[in-house]
Design a protein around this ligand. Structure first.
Ligand SMILES: [Zn+2]
Length: 347
């Protein structure tokens, strides 16, 4: 059986049975650990951090990435004692294994109203760089989302098109991200979804050469797998050269139905480790790269473990209780009622 760590997924639904079944669904599929990423700015506010922390307590092979709760926009107006760096410290003390940010996704970026180089965020990156803490960031989206004629229907339906002039451009968000690296060159940054650069991989090559701790993950964006297929020879060389900079993940937001995960595991493991062809996102065949076992293991689990740890961090229940108490003002009554039995059981 192959060993796999799913480095990037989300949890948003409730229910004790659902809560536990997540992990059961992964057992038996070679997935030895998962990393759940809270995205409080996008969903459930601080409640999402708490759910992810409880999930980690309930399932010992779970890593957790917490998110900064942006209590007040703009960031300069965050209440005392709840600035980004303080929140980061709290999450680390609880036992989160890293930080996830979705604030570079164009719609969230617009809602935040500030760019990714805001001084409050810069202070956060500086702390994380100093500590060697892993930061997983979603920045940008596929470039066709800025062009209504090229955007796919599913993106239009999800409200993920950025054509009305109120959104930052692909180039602007990309430039802000590169500036983070210029200012924090040792940051352990993983850019989700291949940094949406599958059409311009030479940019990634340049960034990899400058920033030794930079990685990208291979979570769909199915469009990247279509590019891998179109430029097979180029990407065969690319994957062989940068096998230590690429990280597997599914980006699933709930694990109740695991057919998609099964399918994706099969596509990616076939693509990386064999010379066989497999049907990919555009219903055409993706030819396998035939990487060595060592190189595909790096992508499937090794790179993640080296960056985040071979085991999830221990949780500090006392600090976790204090966190829930401190931020309970930001929870809805419904959240509180749903959290209560889980807190009683696991904390
Ligand atoms: Zn994600």
């Amino acid at each position: 059986m192959r060993k796999i760590v799913d480095s990037h997924l989300h949890i948003s639904r409730w229910g004790e049975a659902d809560f536990i079944s997540c992990f059961d669904n992964y057992n038996g599929k070679s997935v030895c650990a998962i990393n759940i990423c809270a995205i409080p700015f996008y969903q459930s506010n601080v409640c999402n951090n708490i759910m992810v922390g409880l999930y980690k307590l309930a399932n010992p092979n779970t890593y957790a990435h917490g998110g900064i709760e942006i209590i007040k926009i703009p960031l300069d107006n965050m209440p005392n004692g709840m600035d980004c760096v303080t929140q980061y410290r709290e999450l680390m003390e609880i036992g989160f294994d890293g930080i996830k940010m979705l604030e570079g996704k164009p719609n969230e970026h617009k809602r935040m109203g500030q760019n990714l180089n805001h001084p409050s965020l810069n202070a956060l990156y500086a702390e994380m760089e100093k500590d060697g803490t892993h930061l997983l960031m979603h920045v940008n989206d596929p470039d066709e989302f800025w062009d209504i004629d090229r955007a796919p229907d599913w993106a239009i339906n999800a409200g993920w098109t950025y054509t009305d002039g109120t959104f930052s451009s692909y180039e602007e968000i990309q430039a802000q991200t590169i500036k983070i690296l210029e200012e924090h060159p040792s940051l352990h940054l993983t850019l989700a979804h291949f940094f949406f650069c599958s059409k311009t991989p030479e940019l990634l090559e340049k960034l990899f050469s400058l920033y030794p701790n930079l990685c990208v993950d291979l979570t769909p964006g199915g469009e990247m797998y279509v590019e891998f297929e179109k430029n097979y020879d180029f990407f065969k060389e690319f994957f062989n050269r940068y096998h230590d900079r690429l990280i597997f993940g599914t980006d699933r937001s709930y694990l109740g139905d695991d057919k998609y995960a099964d399918w994706l595991f099969n596509v990616v493991t076939t693509f990386l480790g064999t010379g066989e062809s497999v049907v990919s996102f555009d219903n055409k065949t993706l030819k396998g790269l035939g990487l060595s076992q060592e190189k595909s293991d790096n992508i499937l689990f090794g790179n993640f473990e080296r960056r985040v740890g071979e085991m999830p961090k221990e949780m500090n229940k006392e600090k976790f209780r204090a966190y829930i108490e401190k931020y309970s003002f930001a929870l809805t009554d419904e959240d509180k009622a749903r959290l209560k039995p889980l807190v009683e059981k696991y904390l």
